[in-house]
Ligand binder design. Structure first.
Ligand SMILES: [Zn+2]
Length: 227
């Protein structure tokens, strides 16, 4: 483990009892999506929901959506107060497992996964993806690895891998026979972490734009969490 880092499990109950931690988590969440070049979701058109990156807004001075909405002012894509509500919502669900990485008592990373039933997965991601993975599933449950993020200034220190291992240990122990899925960007450093744990790419994911891929492991027990 890195000097001064602490991996700590969290859920909605923990976050409600520590409002400062919830606030830091939501701030980091907004920062990652706004500033990470793989997302580039700095501003958003309220009409078409199209995203604009930091470069476009702060360097090129883009203020309005030109995508058939030339008079629509673009707004911050992620807002801390809204994200707080979403995170509390997700982390209060049954089958949620989350971890926070602290460095000098500040939240510098987060990761979480949750157990979903296949019928619910079908509702979210449609028949196309599910028909590709369900033949490999041994159970009706799926462990979906939702989120992995490390502060842009604290990367390349192994924090991401520590969190992935933390989450995947739980998945392997508690849900050994369930399949596990996630989505990531093909150029993301996270992709290499997931590969080293045993996830493999099985499909492109076009829902949120180019370059994203879906990864799976047929059973959580196949995940390599001894590192
Ligand atoms: Zn627009």
């Amino acid at each position: 483990m890195n000097e001064g880092t602490l991996m700590s499990r969290f859920d909605a109950k923990v976050l409600r009892s520590k409002p400062q931690v919830l606030h830091q988590l939501a701030e980091l969440y907004c920062d990652i999506f706004s500033m990470d070049p793989n997302f580039g979701e700095y501003r958003q058109c309220p009409v078409c929901k199209g995203y604009f990156n930091h470069q476009q807004v702060e360097v090129e001075g883009v203020r309005f959506c030109e995508n058939n909405h030339p008079k629509t002012e673009i707004v911050p894509a992620w807002e801390v107060e809204k994200v707080k509500v979403e995170i509390l919502d997700q982390s209060s669900e049954q089958g949620f497992f989350g971890v926070l990485a602290f460095l000098n008592q500040k939240v510098v990373g987060f990761a979480w996964a949750r157990v979903i039933l296949f019928p619910e997965v079908r509702k979210h991601w449609g028949d196309k993806i599910i028909d590709k993975v369900q033949p490999y599933a041994k159970t009706l449950n799926l462990v979906y690895f939702d989120e992995l993020a490390v502060d842009l200034k604290k990367r390349n220190k192994g924090l991401g891998k520590e969190m992935v291992v933390f989450v995947c240990r739980w998945a392997k122990q508690e849900h050994p026979d369930d399949m596990t899925l996630l989505r990531t960007h093909k150029d993301s450093p996270a992709k290499h972490i997931y590969e080293s744990i045993g996830y493999i790419i099985f499909a492109d994911d076009t829902e949120y734009g180019g370059g994203r891929v879906m990864m799976k492991a047929d059973r959580c027990r196949d995940l390599n969490v001894t590192v």
